[in-house]
Design a protein around this ligand. Structure first.
Ligand code: TXA
Ligand code: MG
Length: 311
């Protein structure tokens, strides 16, 4: 099963990307659907393939901070401090855009989201292709993909995938948006917001719900077909998404996210479990939400709450 997808080599990925094609690429967070920043044809294909609303902008991936500044109209305060601490890695910075970034990539906004990923294969790719846009490699609204098999399940056996193995982090990048002379939290992500606040020296305003600074926050997200019942117990349904070492009386089957003392393994597992319950055609599942919302658990909790929204 693991080898069924269309595995391509680095050189083939470079060739396809240079010829207006879309390729699935690994990152440390989740798999992305990549296109050249300068191919309007390929960027349009991304929106079609994902069935993504055109008003939801794409993140631009570059191989180093200098390539990022080349795409910016101005460098906001603390940009260098943020990037030297967190790049390469799971931090996206939304900054004033230069006219080099095509409007379609930024959904007509005056800003652009940029990050330098740390996955070695994608670093090698970017150094040859130049900037690539890449949203998460899932159909819009569905859980993100953290393995090539997830990508294949959403986009079919013939879809070209650059195989980088399972993503080590498993949650998307944290998004900071520079707005009104301050950084604002646009999306929770793998880097805990508390760490960013320590570096910035002020609390991050959340701008996630009523009028989100990231358009993507408005749409349904991360959702399996199964109905998720978020619960702190003590009553659980026959199917439970829960944690090792806990008791779920009467449960017929438990999908373990991992051990609460190992948050990284929980992050890495989350989307796989959300996809697994659909593969097993389970219609309804209780989710153990009995954890403190600090650090990466804040992001895990937010993802589960979003995944439970029924549109
Ligand atoms: O970890 C990640 O960030 C992954 C990997 C592939 O890099 N990518 C990812 O992309 O999660 P996507 O498209 O699924 O989510 C990007 C988020 C959306 O919520 C979008 O609205 C926001 O970033 N975003 C991108 N550009 C923006 C901009 N110019 N202004 C505000 N929000 C922006
Ligand atoms: Mg996404």
């Amino acid at each position: 099963m693991y080898n069924a997808f269309m595995h391509i080599e680095l050189q083939k990925a470079i060739e396809l990307l240079k010829n207006d094609q879309v390729v699935a690429i690994p990152t440390e967070t989740v798999y992305g659907l990549a296109a050249s920043l300068f191919s309007e044809t390929a960027i349009k294909k991304i929106f079609q393939l994902k069935n993504r609303p055109v008003e939801n902008p794409l993140i631009v991936h570059v191989s180093n901070p200098d390539d990022a500044t080349a795409l910016m109209a101005e460098k906001p305060p603390q940009f260098d401090a943020l990037t030297s601490r967190f790049w390469p890695g799971p931090l996206t910075l939304v900054v004033p855009s230069s006219s080099l970034v095509p409007e379609i990539a930024r959904a007509g906004l005056p800003s652009v989201g940029i990050r330098v990923p740390s996955h070695p294969i994608t670093k090698a790719l970017l150094s040859q292709t130049g900037p690539l846009v890449a949203p998460s490699a899932n159909l819009s609204g569905r859980p993100s993909s953290t393995t090539p098999v997830h990508v294949e399940n959403d986009f079919g056996q013939d879809f070209p995938i650059l195989d980088g193995g399972p993503c080590t982090q498993g949650l998307e990048s944290t998004v900071l948006v520079y707005k009104n002379r301050h950084w604002t939290l646009g999306r929770y992500g793998f880097i805990p917001h508390e760490e960013l606040e320590t570096l910035l020296g002020y609390p991050l305003k959340e701008n996630l719900s009523e009028k989100p600074v990231c358009p993507g926050q408005r749409f349904r997200h991360y959702s399996p077909n199964a109905k998720l019942i978020l619960s702190k117990g003590p009553h659980w349904g026959p199917y439970v998404i829960g944690f090792e070492g806990r008791d779920y009386p009467n449960a017929k089957k438990i999908f373990y996210l991992g051990c609460l003392s190992k948050p990284d393994s929980i992050s890495q597992n989350l989307y796989n479990i959300l996809r697994q319950i659909d593969l097993e055609e389970i219609k309804e599942v209780s989710v153990d939400m009995n954890f403190e919302p600090f650090g990466v658990f804040c992001t895990i909790g937010e993802r589960l709450e979003k995944a439970a929204v029924i549109s």
